[in-house]
Write a protein that binds this ligand. Structure first.
Ligand code: IMP
Length: 199
Protein backbone atom coordinates (compact mmCIF):
# COMPACT_ATOMS: atom_id res chain seq x y z
CA UNK A 1 0.00 0.00 0.00
CA UNK A 2 1.23 3.49 -0.91
CA UNK A 3 0.37 6.49 1.31
CA UNK A 4 1.04 10.18 0.74
CA UNK A 5 1.84 12.26 3.83
CA UNK A 6 -0.15 15.49 3.62
CA UNK A 7 2.35 17.73 5.41
CA UNK A 8 5.27 19.99 4.60
CA UNK A 9 6.53 19.95 8.20
CA UNK A 10 9.81 17.92 8.17
CA UNK A 11 9.36 16.83 11.85
CA UNK A 12 5.89 15.44 11.17
CA UNK A 13 7.05 13.75 7.95
CA UNK A 14 9.84 12.01 9.82
CA UNK A 15 7.64 10.91 12.77
CA UNK A 16 4.73 9.68 10.64
CA UNK A 17 7.06 8.20 8.02
CA UNK A 18 8.89 6.04 10.57
CA UNK A 19 5.71 4.59 12.07
CA UNK A 20 4.07 3.90 8.72
CA UNK A 21 7.18 2.34 7.17
CA UNK A 22 7.24 -0.09 10.12
CA UNK A 23 3.76 -1.21 9.00
CA UNK A 24 5.09 -2.14 5.59
CA UNK A 25 3.45 0.87 3.96
CA UNK A 26 5.32 2.75 1.22
CA UNK A 27 5.34 6.38 2.30
CA UNK A 28 5.56 9.26 -0.16
CA UNK A 29 5.94 12.97 0.53
CA UNK A 30 3.72 15.40 -1.39
CA UNK A 31 6.80 16.20 -3.48
CA UNK A 32 7.36 12.53 -4.35
CA UNK A 33 3.67 12.17 -5.23
CA UNK A 34 3.97 15.21 -7.53
CA UNK A 35 1.43 17.36 -5.67
CA UNK A 36 1.64 20.65 -3.80
CA UNK A 37 -1.61 21.29 -1.98
CA UNK A 38 -2.40 24.36 0.14
CA UNK A 39 -5.41 23.67 2.34
CA UNK A 40 -7.22 26.33 4.34
CA UNK A 41 -7.83 24.93 7.81
CA UNK A 42 -11.43 26.10 8.10
CA UNK A 43 -12.62 23.32 10.42
CA UNK A 44 -13.68 23.96 14.01
CA UNK A 45 -12.20 20.70 15.33
CA UNK A 46 -8.82 19.01 14.94
CA UNK A 47 -10.51 16.01 13.30
CA UNK A 48 -12.24 18.22 10.71
CA UNK A 49 -8.99 19.95 9.78
CA UNK A 50 -7.07 16.67 9.53
CA UNK A 51 -9.80 15.35 7.21
CA UNK A 52 -9.78 18.51 5.04
CA UNK A 53 -6.02 18.11 4.51
CA UNK A 54 -6.10 14.35 3.92
CA UNK A 55 -9.01 14.49 1.43
CA UNK A 56 -7.44 17.39 -0.53
CA UNK A 57 -4.13 15.55 -0.97
CA UNK A 58 -5.89 12.25 -1.75
CA UNK A 59 -7.93 13.98 -4.48
CA UNK A 60 -4.88 15.75 -5.95
CA UNK A 61 -2.66 12.64 -5.96
CA UNK A 62 -5.21 9.86 -6.54
CA UNK A 63 -3.51 7.96 -3.69
CA UNK A 64 -4.48 7.36 -0.05
CA UNK A 65 -3.28 10.34 2.02
CA UNK A 66 -2.61 10.85 5.74
CA UNK A 67 -2.79 14.20 7.56
CA UNK A 68 -2.68 15.29 11.17
CA UNK A 69 -3.86 18.37 13.00
CA UNK A 70 -2.82 19.26 16.52
CA UNK A 71 -2.74 22.00 19.10
CA UNK A 72 -2.89 23.10 22.72
CA UNK A 73 -6.21 23.60 24.56
CA UNK A 74 -6.30 25.59 27.81
CA UNK A 75 -9.29 24.99 30.12
CA UNK A 76 -9.41 28.51 31.58
CA UNK A 77 -9.47 29.96 28.03
CA UNK A 78 -12.36 27.73 26.92
CA UNK A 79 -10.04 25.53 24.88
CA UNK A 80 -8.00 28.30 23.20
CA UNK A 81 -5.69 28.45 21.33
CA UNK A 82 -7.06 25.05 20.14
CA UNK A 83 -7.29 24.72 16.36
CA UNK A 84 -5.69 28.18 16.12
CA UNK A 85 -2.51 27.10 17.97
CA UNK A 86 -0.24 27.60 14.95
CA UNK A 87 -1.79 31.04 14.24
CA UNK A 88 -2.30 32.33 17.82
CA UNK A 89 -1.66 36.09 17.97
CA UNK A 90 -1.52 36.48 14.18
CA UNK A 91 1.12 35.94 11.51
CA UNK A 92 3.80 38.24 13.04
CA UNK A 93 4.64 35.88 15.92
CA UNK A 94 7.13 33.00 16.11
CA UNK A 95 6.85 30.04 18.54
CA UNK A 96 8.31 32.05 21.46
CA UNK A 97 6.06 35.03 20.68
CA UNK A 98 3.00 32.75 20.75
CA UNK A 99 3.79 31.07 24.06
CA UNK A 100 4.70 34.43 25.66
CA UNK A 101 1.32 35.81 24.55
CA UNK A 102 -0.40 32.76 26.02
CA UNK A 103 1.41 33.20 29.36
CA UNK A 104 0.42 36.86 29.32
CA UNK A 105 -3.23 35.95 28.69
CA UNK A 106 -3.04 33.49 31.63
CA UNK A 107 -1.46 35.96 34.08
CA UNK A 108 -3.25 35.77 37.43
CA UNK A 109 -5.14 32.63 36.39
CA UNK A 110 -4.90 29.85 39.00
CA UNK A 111 -6.54 27.13 36.90
CA UNK A 112 -3.60 26.05 34.69
CA UNK A 113 -5.11 22.81 33.32
CA UNK A 114 -4.48 22.22 29.63
CA UNK A 115 -4.02 19.42 27.10
CA UNK A 116 -2.32 18.77 23.79
CA UNK A 117 -4.56 17.14 21.17
CA UNK A 118 -3.70 15.33 17.95
CA UNK A 119 -6.11 14.08 15.28
CA UNK A 120 -4.95 11.89 12.39
CA UNK A 121 -6.97 11.15 9.26
CA UNK A 122 -6.29 8.82 6.35
CA UNK A 123 -8.49 9.32 3.27
CA UNK A 124 -8.73 6.60 0.61
CA UNK A 125 -9.73 7.16 -3.06
CA UNK A 126 -12.74 4.81 -2.61
CA UNK A 127 -14.13 7.17 0.07
CA UNK A 128 -12.99 5.16 3.10
CA UNK A 129 -11.71 7.17 6.08
CA UNK A 130 -9.56 5.91 8.97
CA UNK A 131 -9.24 8.31 11.92
CA UNK A 132 -7.27 8.34 15.17
CA UNK A 133 -7.10 10.67 18.16
CA UNK A 134 -4.73 11.29 21.08
CA UNK A 135 -4.59 13.63 24.07
CA UNK A 136 -1.93 14.47 26.64
CA UNK A 137 -3.05 16.32 29.79
CA UNK A 138 -0.73 18.80 31.50
CA UNK A 139 -0.40 22.05 33.40
CA UNK A 140 0.52 25.41 31.94
CA UNK A 141 3.84 26.58 33.41
CA UNK A 142 4.35 30.14 34.69
CA UNK A 143 7.54 30.66 32.66
CA UNK A 144 9.24 28.74 29.82
CA UNK A 145 11.70 25.99 30.71
CA UNK A 146 13.82 23.69 28.52
CA UNK A 147 15.22 23.97 25.02
CA UNK A 148 14.12 20.83 23.14
CA UNK A 149 10.99 20.33 21.04
CA UNK A 150 9.01 23.07 19.33
CA UNK A 151 5.88 25.20 19.61
CA UNK A 152 4.42 25.39 23.11
CA UNK A 153 6.73 22.68 24.54
CA UNK A 154 8.62 25.02 26.96
CA UNK A 155 5.40 26.01 28.78
CA UNK A 156 3.70 22.57 28.82
CA UNK A 157 4.47 21.05 32.23
CA UNK A 158 3.87 17.34 32.83
CA UNK A 159 3.30 16.82 36.59
CA UNK A 160 4.21 13.08 36.53
CA UNK A 161 7.61 13.88 35.01
CA UNK A 162 8.07 17.18 36.88
CA UNK A 163 9.35 18.54 33.56
CA UNK A 164 8.10 20.53 30.58
CA UNK A 165 7.88 18.86 27.17
CA UNK A 166 10.95 20.93 26.20
CA UNK A 167 12.96 19.21 28.97
CA UNK A 168 12.10 15.68 27.77
CA UNK A 169 14.08 13.73 25.17
CA UNK A 170 12.22 13.06 21.91
CA UNK A 171 11.79 9.43 23.03
CA UNK A 172 10.33 10.42 26.41
CA UNK A 173 7.99 12.91 24.76
CA UNK A 174 6.79 10.47 22.06
CA UNK A 175 5.98 7.87 24.73
CA UNK A 176 3.35 10.11 26.37
CA UNK A 177 2.53 12.82 23.83
CA UNK A 178 -0.79 13.41 22.10
CA UNK A 179 0.84 12.62 18.74
CA UNK A 180 2.50 9.47 20.06
CA UNK A 181 -0.87 8.27 21.38
CA UNK A 182 -2.76 9.16 18.21
CA UNK A 183 -0.11 7.45 16.09
CA UNK A 184 -0.28 4.28 18.21
CA UNK A 185 -4.07 4.18 17.74
CA UNK A 186 -3.73 4.97 14.03
CA UNK A 187 -1.21 2.20 13.59
CA UNK A 188 -3.66 -0.33 15.06
CA UNK A 189 -6.60 0.91 13.00
CA UNK A 190 -4.60 0.97 9.76
CA UNK A 191 -3.40 -2.57 10.40
CA UNK A 192 -7.03 -3.73 10.72
CA UNK A 193 -7.95 -1.80 7.56
CA UNK A 194 -5.04 -3.29 5.61
CA UNK A 195 -5.94 -6.82 6.68
CA UNK A 196 -9.69 -6.62 6.15
CA UNK A 197 -10.78 -4.12 3.50
CA UNK A 198 -11.82 -5.23 0.03
CA UNK A 199 -10.50 -3.35 -3.02
P1 IMP B 1 -0.76 22.14 12.78
O1 IMP B 1 0.52 22.01 12.02
O2 IMP B 1 -1.83 22.89 12.10
O3 IMP B 1 -1.21 20.81 13.32
O4 IMP B 1 -0.41 23.09 14.03
C1 IMP B 1 -0.04 22.56 15.23
C2 IMP B 1 0.41 23.69 16.17
O5 IMP B 1 0.08 23.30 17.50
C3 IMP B 1 1.92 23.87 16.13
O6 IMP B 1 2.29 24.94 15.34
C4 IMP B 1 2.26 24.14 17.60
O7 IMP B 1 2.12 25.49 17.87
C5 IMP B 1 1.19 23.39 18.36
N1 IMP B 1 1.63 22.03 18.71
C6 IMP B 1 1.13 20.85 18.22
N2 IMP B 1 1.79 19.81 18.75
C7 IMP B 1 2.73 20.33 19.55
C8 IMP B 1 3.75 19.74 20.36
O8 IMP B 1 3.95 18.51 20.43
N3 IMP B 1 4.53 20.60 21.05
C9 IMP B 1 4.37 21.94 21.01
N4 IMP B 1 3.46 22.54 20.26
C10 IMP B 1 2.63 21.74 19.53
Amino acid sequence: MKLVLASKNPKKLKELGEILSALGVEVLSEDQAGVDVEVEETGTTFAENAKLKAVAVMQASGLPAVADDSGLCVDALNGAPGVYSARYGGPGLDDAGRYKLLLENMRGQLDRRCKFVSAICCAFPNGDIVEAYGECPGTLAYAPKGTDGFGYDPIFFVPEQKKTFAELTAEEKNAISHRGRALAQFREKLEVYKQTHKE
